[in-house]
Design a protein around this ligand. Sequence first.
Ligand code: PEP
Ligand code: MN
Length: 359
Amino acid sequence: MVVVMAPEATQEDVNAIVQLVQAAGGEAFVSRGVSRTIVGLVGDVDEFGALNLRSRAGVVDVVRISVPYKLVSREHHRNRSVIRVGGVPIGPDTMTVIAGPCAVETAEQTLTAARMAKAAGASLLRGGAFKPRTSPYAYQGLGEAGLKILAEVSAETGLPVVTEVIDPASVELVASYADMLQVGTRNMQNFALLQAVGSAAKPVLLKRGMSATVEEWLMAAEYIAQRGNLDIVLCERGIRTFETGTRNTLDISAVPVAQRLSHLPVIVDPSHSGGRRDLVVPLTRAAIAVGADGVIIDIHPEPKLALCDGDQALVDSDIRELASVAAHLPPLVGRTLPPPGPAQPGAGAAPARAATAVS
Ligand code: PEP
Ligand code: MN
């Protein structure tokens, strides 16, 4: 069961709901998004019915949810959500391009890639400072030095930053530099990490596990929402199949499937799904046509020298084609390309959200 609070509901209104539910022997999880606060209830539905929650101050609706992911379900939220990253919207009316290097290697490489990203129509910059690599001998990223480079490049280009966090202990550090925290495919079911980003005051980009079902993916998002953070964007990045012609198989149907089940925005990563430069623009076209809310794309000024995923990085000569696709296709499906957002270098530092139930 989910209690939907009015936009003007006060903290006292929310607290009153939590207290009523707890007094009835239930649990209440408060989750805050950009435009609304919702309270997820766990316990005896009949007991909750007797509380007459719909008539309480600040309550707009009380909805019984038939699926196991409650807070991220579309059953209580018919309109699809818009998530803002450093002011840049990701949602049903826009087609947001996130682009940049797979990994931050040097300040110069990151700045050049960011300029290429901007020329291609990107409004957000991607780049990994902490890299979760399959091999322990592969490049692991620059760590905090990489975050500093991202913040400088963000200030220089005006592009807010999306970057990966790979363990709970570094969430605070990454959140102090980044505008959006990325949870990668290998960590989709790292529940401690999901809970940690759920308590952070930054939006989260949750990639689909490479062997996860859509339901498992939404349950992972529910872990984040249950800790209080409803600013989540889902990312389809290809799944494991028998096919070896591509690095992964882009599950294009997962986009509308997830959008029908959840109110959260869904974007596509055409770089990690295909794993090949020549597939990135075609898969971007497919993502726009299927109704994705954005794409996240690898770019590198010199992919032959890339320390990570050079084969799938777009180069200078690809930028014009990507820019043309980004400019022309979204309007055909009723979407606009957001302009680059105001840079918020090192903005972080916002106080972490109160975790779980409001007391
Ligand atoms: C990435 O985006 O840099 C990345 C590692 O992606 P994934 O988690 O999808 O493999
Ligand atoms: Mn990569």
